[in-house]
Design a protein around this ligand. Structure first.
Ligand code: ATP
Length: 450
């Protein structure tokens, strides 16, 4: 941080110099002294970080100068130093925007020092918050969503349209296709980006808690409501509320949600007072909501209310070469994060990635690549480092063809690998005789290669 510029206005030259000397003992402060209000005012173009004003200056009162400064430079904090303690004047000055009111006595210079130090710390925090905000914006910038397939490019176009308007957005896509990423990209590219993005996953919260989580509750509204709590709608005020897994919401809650969306106000549980809300809704689901409507599991009126601008996120297996673009991106990102050298993916490994059907989509690809980077040697990911996780292997397992006997053998093989080839333990777990396992090993129907 640069030097902290302090302007002092003090008509008593000796006292002014004393204050300047004292404050200048802090090497971070750059102090400039003025003996009149006009002189100080004419120098404001130098943008001081803080101003300390004597209340009685020769050419104008401290209150008058405070007003002039606040009108033109409302962000500069102003401290008033006064020869007399007058509570009414102090309160009025604070109301008009003064940061502090200090009475002249033997402690003035220390109090002024402390007050300026507080202002400086707040300024530092503000800079830090602005920096983090900027970082978040960059992080969820569009460029964060990788891919150049026609399918993803048409998604980009829709994100752009959504960001430019306030329309409700509904995102449909299988698990791990990037629904939350898209919701964030819309928010952080929209006029609401400086306000909160609040994500709420309906499937992750027990249904009896959803209502109070979304709409809030008053103290004592129900057993366990030990204090007042604002809901997600209020939390997202001015910003965006991302309702993930909307298809999992129970019918009676759907009716309540619909009312909130229609009235644009929420009533906390245990209260009668409606609270106006202004938040943009983005919802997401992996279910086909039209089917849910047909089956009577999702209200038709809510469906139309939420549909807004629909964005369909294609599964990874339909994005062609994006699989490789994403894999290279994750490999670079992961290597950088772990301060490793660049890792490349061999053509054979790329083919293996392209052949797989990615039931967990981009999330799964990310996990597979991260593991492959860790396992890689000599800066290369080869075919053998590409391993699909066990849950996916199970998915694959059901997609494979085979007799019941083939499936049984695979299950035994899987358990043996999982339990470090301990035949007794596996026999117990699967409730089969250990001789069955030994027979399969002997007949080479299953293999033991620790
Ligand atoms: N196109 C993409 N480019 C880069 N990273 C992506 C992309 N799509 C998804 N990801 C990453 O994949 C992971 C899963 O994405 P996200 O959580 O947005 O998926 P989701 O569809 O919301 O998942 P779920 O259905 O489980 O809620 C995240 O780490 C995200 O950053």
């Amino acid at each position: 941080m640069n030097l902290f510029k302090v302007f002092l206005a003090e008509d008593d030259e000796f006292y002014g110099k004393l204050l300047r000397h004292h404050l200048s003992l802090n090497p971070d402060f750059d102090v400039e002294l003025f003996t009149s209000g006009g002189d100080l005012f004419n120098n404001l173009y130098k943008r001081p970080d803080v101003i300390s004003l004597d209340y009685t200056l020769p050419d104008m009162s401290g209150a008058e100068l405070l007003r002039k400064i606040k009108k033109q430079y409302p962000e500069i904090p102003v401290i008033i130093v006064s020869g007399q303690e007058d509570i009414t004047t102090a309160v009025n000055l604070l109301k008009e925007g003064a940061y502090d009111y200090i009475v002249k006595d033997k402690d003035t210079k220390d109090r002024l020092w402390n007050s300026i130090r507080h202002i400086r710390e707040n300024a530092k925090l503000k800079t830090e918050i602005d920096r983090l905000r900027e970082e978040v914006n960059l992080k969820y910038d569009f460029s964060n969503i990788k891919g150049s397939s026609p399918a993803i490019r048409s998604v980009f176009k829709l994100i752009e349209k959504a960001a430019q308007s306030n329309i409700t957005v509904s995102i449909y896509g299988e698990t791990g296709t990037g629904k939350e990423l898209v919701a964030k990209a819309i928010h952080y590219n929209s006029g609401r980006k400086k306000k909160p993005f609040v994500a709420f996953n309906i499937a992750a919260i027990p249904s009896e808690l959803i209502e109070s989580e979304l709409f809030g509750h008053e103290k004592g509204a129900f057993t366990g409501a030990i204090s007042r709590r604002i809901g997600k709608f209020e939390e997202a005020d001015g910003g965006t509320l991302f309702l993930d897994e909307i298809g999992e919401m129970e019918l009676h809650l759907q009716a309540k949600l619909l009312r909130v969306l229609q009235e644009k106000e929420v009533v906390r549980i245990g209260s009668n007072t409606p609270i106006k809300i202004d938040c943009r809704i983005i919802c997401a689901t992996h279910r086909d909501l039209t089917e849910e409507v047909k089956a009577g599991k999702f209200r038709e009126d809510l469906y139309y209310r939420l549909l807004g601008l629909p964005i369909h996120l294609p599964p990874l297996r339909d994005r062609g070469n994006d699989i490789i673009i994403l894999a290279k991106h994750f490999a670079d990102e992961f290597a950088k994060e772990n301060k490793m050298d660049k890792v490349t993916i061999t053509p054979e490994a790329q083919e293996k990635l392209m052949r797989y059907h990615w039931p967990g989509n981009v999330r799964e690809l990310k996990a597979v690549i991260e593991l492959a980077v860790v396992m890689s040697e000599g800066g290369k990911i080869t075919e053998s480092e590409i391993n699909f996780s066990s849950s996916n292997t199970i998915q694959n397992f059901f997609n494979e063809k085979g007799t019941l006997r083939d499936f049984t053998n695979k299950i035994i093989q899987y358990y043996l690998e999982k339990h470090n080839f301990n035949v007794l333990e596996v026999a117990k777990k699967l409730d089969i005789g250990k001789s069955t396992i030994y027979r399969l090993i002997k007949n080479k129907e299953i293999t033991i290669n620790k």
